[in-house]
Design a protein around this ligand. Structure first.
Ligand SMILES: C[S@@+](CC[C@H](N)C(=O)[O-])C[C@H]1O[C@@H](n2cnc3c(N)ncnc32)[C@H](O)[C@@H]1O
Length: 270
């Protein structure tokens, strides 16, 4: 498949864990995510767990290391490949397959589905969100549980992004890539309030080992949709889910205020 989004690119998949480690040391709005998903899988996963948009398998492997063998799926073949290699290297035999969450069909149904760390936000239209929720519902047993997260749209941040072009790069971080070279990451993300889509580019600059000058650069596109909670509540109702819990973070913070990270825990209606 032709790469369309950041995670479809081989270089991004291969370096994903390395740069995410650095990113979340500086700006962590995912603190506690691994244990949140482990608890969720323990609580609801007795008839099988699937990690949808599993990426390079951060959650999948944490579950496996804690005794829960889950299936994993991701739109990006490259992300699936990295997750699969990591699983094999740790001695786990996991079923990881590339698929779009809007249309995959698994051979088995699950009592627990996880879309970790913003995978749902990559669905850039309400139609795709609806298709994914309906499709995941088909892959769940009756009363099966799903968790996913959204960011509450935040007007101050949106205004800033509305004034940003997709070439107005800001420095994000520096890390060392899989080849041992230093790389700097910049991104330029703009926001369209009409479509609620944040879109733009990530720029990866590879630096020379000796004097640090830029020897190459790669530009990778990214698009994510921001969703208001009221929209999400109706979407869930219309696609056949009951809201069980909404948290304002992975440590189960209250969600009764504008929250950076909103964690939805929903049950398939019979
Ligand atoms: C921000 S990453 C999160 C990955 C992983 N869940 C984690 O916690 O590290 C989002 C992932 O969503 C995947 N993705 C985007 N759109 C998708 C879709 N329609 N179906 C399945 N996966 C999708 C991307 O390929 C990417 O791996």
């Amino acid at each position: 498949m032709k790469p369309q989004d950041l995670h479809d690119f081989k270089d991004v998949a291969q370096n994903y864990d390395l740069y995410l480690d650095v990113m979340y040391k500086n700006e962590d709005n995912h603190s506690g995510f691994l244990d949140f998903y482990l608890d969720f899988a323990r609580q609801y996963g007795k008839d099988g767990v699937i990690d949808i948009a599993c990426g390079t398998g951060a959650v999948l492997l944490y579950l496996a290391e804690n005794g829960i063998i889950a299936d994993g799926t991701d739109l990006s073949e490259e992300m699936c490949r990295v997750a699969d290699e990591k699983a094999k290297a740790k001695g786990f035999k996991l079923n990881i397959f590339p698929a779009n969450m809007t249309e995959f069909r698994s051979e088995k149904k699950y009592s627990c589905a996880i879309i970790a760390r913003s995978g749902f936000m990559h669905l850039t239209t309400p139609e795709l969100q609806r298709a994914a929720l309906l499709n995941i519902r088909e892959n769940l047993v009756d009363s099966g549980m799903l968790t996913f997260n959204t960011f509450d749209p935040y007007p101050v941040f949106q205004t800033e992004q509305m004034n940003t072009k997709d070439t107005d790069y800001s420095f994000r971080l520096e890390y060392t890539n899989t080849q041992g070279s230093r790389e700097r990451i910049y991104n330029a993300i703009s926001y369209d309030p009409y479509t609620q889509i944040m879109s733009g580019n990530w720029k990866f600059e590879t630096l020379d080992d000796f004097d640090g000058h830029v020897i190459s650069e790669r530009i990778r596109p990214l698009a994510m949709r921001q969703t208001y909670r009221q929209e999400m509540k109706y979407l869930l109702e219309l696609t056949g889910y009951e809201i069980v819990n909404v948290y304002g973070g992975y440590n189960k913070e209250s969600a009764d205020h504008l929250a950076k990270n909103v964690i939805w825990c929903v049950r398939k209606n019979s």
